[in-house]
Design a protein around this ligand. Structure first.
Ligand code: BGP
Length: 487
């Protein structure tokens, strides 16, 4: 059956990255500091513990004072800022149709509050988009991928503050206006649902700013502001970008019930809502009713403005994009069980699945099911904009890297997407995460590698930064060349 299923013509094959994980040049050409620039390195022994920084203002200030002595992993990235031409040539060689990247908000508005943009920052992305287009690669641009100006965190309380909507809208409008002829595909917030697990990175919220310690109140208030800001970006795209398309993006998670116990199923549904809430608002234009009870039970009272409802309703996304790395298991509260790892979402271990070296549960069929769930719910085009295997790679004496584990992971997920297409899902494209090795989001290290292209750089920042092709490079090249027929 599978062999008869084909990916649609014009399927958008490519790779995905985030500015803060590749660019480096954290203080060049007028760039301001982002909240991601001050995340402290997670020590290897803490890596397995799902340690996401949720610092206080004081901790951030201390990190800033101590800057010279600390390791700021995102400082240098893989030096993409200076080496992008070489890297884009490799992406062309891979046959990329699209390349998903993010603009660093702080290159355009260093503090987030300026009226006038930083021309050097704008010029950098102009050159980058030109280079991509020259090489026949269409950019897919995320407006905010796990970062915002640190100033907005420290001085405004991040996204808990309604004023940030206007700062973001001004930023979105500025870049859309500038790049409207160069960028047709836009994404608003990376994994917007991740704010529930990672208030600082995704919402710019500092621990001491959470009043009455009701983290949920603060995160849903911030999420509401992001949803309104996202709708404003949709409005700007539709108004400014000829033939532009804009989507929302969620961390795609499928939650299985731990057993056929009806309350495990209920728990799975409620966990699933943590993803669907965000896509429901983006696609349907209003808050789903299931949130009323959730807010009540968790003492969440949102402050909204009368115009919010119209803004959400009138600016619906053109597509829904998602990342997909793993699935998880939900259980009724009293259930004890072994926890599985994940970068921001985690739950019980699934006995039927293998896991990566970092404990992420590998589940290609879950991707097929999830795509079906999204498509049945919305009948909107879907775009898988992140998927991949973080693994340790070994460079052989002859310099080659035999990463058959990565090929195995990716081919099984692409196969699952093909089945979803066979099920009737309208799938626009697939951008593998980290086509070139980059700094890991959750561990801030280089040794967790995703790439088809190896970068000679270790966890302590030593290495030549030289790029080389892994076995998976030639495999993915063939996948694209055959539009997914040869896996
Ligand atoms: C996603 C993020 C990415 C990326 C990826 C892999 O959640 O959007 O930024 O890093 O996860 O995660 P990690 O780098 O922690 O392995």
């Amino acid at each position: 059956m599978t062999n008869e299923i084909k990916f649609p013509n014009g399927f958008l094959w490519g790779g995905a990255v985030a500015a803060n994980q590749i660019e480096g040049a954290f203080d060049e050409d007028g760039k301001g500091l982002s909240n991601n620039d001050v995340i402290e390195r997670i020590k290897p022994e803490d890596r397995k513990k799902l340690h996401l920084p949720f610092p206080t203002s004081e901790e951030v200030q201390e990190a800033l004072r101590d800057q010279a002595n600390r390791h700021f992993p995102k400082r240098y990235g893989i030096d993409f800022y200076h080496r992008y031409k070489e890297d884009i040539a490799l992406f062309k060689d891979l046959g990329f149709k699209v390349f998903r990247l993010s603009i660093a908000w702080t290159r355009i508005f260093p503090n987030g509050t300026e009226t006038e943009p930083n021309e050097a920052g704008l010029a950098y992305y102009d050159a980058l988009f030109d280079e991509l287009r020259k090489n026949g690669i269409e950019p897919v641009v995320t407006l905010s991928h796990y970062e915002m100006p640190l100033h907005l965190s420290l001085e405004y309380g991040g996204w808990t503050n309604r004023k940030v909507i206007d700062f973001f809208a001004h930023y979105a409008e500025t870049v859309m206006n500038r790049y409207k002829d160069k960028v047709k595909y836009w994404i608003t917030f990376n994994e917007i649902n991740s704010i529930l697990m990672s208030p600082f990175i995704s919402g710019g919220i500092l621990r001491d700013q959470v009043k009455d310690k009701n983290v949920l109140q603060a995160t849903f208030q911030a999420a509401h502001h992001q949803l309104v800001a996202s709708a404003k970006a949709v409005e700007a795209c539709h108004r400014l970008v000829p033939d532009g398309q804009i989507g929302c993006m969620v961390l795609g998670m499928i939650n299985y019930p731990n057993s056929p116990h009806p309350e495990d199923m209920l728990a799975a549904l409620q966990d699933q809502h943590k993803t669907f809430f965000f896509t429901d608002v983006h696609v349907r234009g209003h808050y789903p009713t299931y949130m009323n009870r959730f807010f009540k039970e968790h003492n969440v009272v949102l402050e909204t403005h009368p115009e919010d409802a119209d803004i959400l309703q009138q600016n619906l996304v053109d597509f829904v994009s998602l990342s997909y790395y793993m699935s998880t298991v939900s259980a009724r509260p009293e259930t004890a069980g072994e926890q599985a790892a994940g970068n921001i979402l985690t739950n019980l271990k699934n006995p039927y699945l293998e896991a990566s070296d970092w404990g992420w549960q590998i589940d290609p069929t879950g991707l097929r099911t999830l795509l079906n769930m999204f498509y049945e719910r919305y009948e909107k085009p879907l775009f898988v904009v992140e998927n991949g295997l973080g693994a340790f790679d070994k460079v052989e004496e002859d310099g080659r890297i035999h990463d058959e584990y990565r090929i195995d992971y990716l081919s099984r997920h692409i196969e699952a997407m093909k089945e979803a297409v066979g099920d009737g899902v309208d799938l626009m494209g697939y951008t593998a995460w980290g086509p070139i090795d980059l700094v890991s989001f959750s561990t801030s290290e280089m040794s967790k590698r995703y790439g088809f292209i190896y970068v000679d750089l270790d966890d302590d920042g030593n290495g030549t930064l030289e790029r080389s092709k892994k076995d998976s490079f030639y495999w993915y090249q063939k996948v694209i060349e055959t539009n997914g027929e040869e896996l």
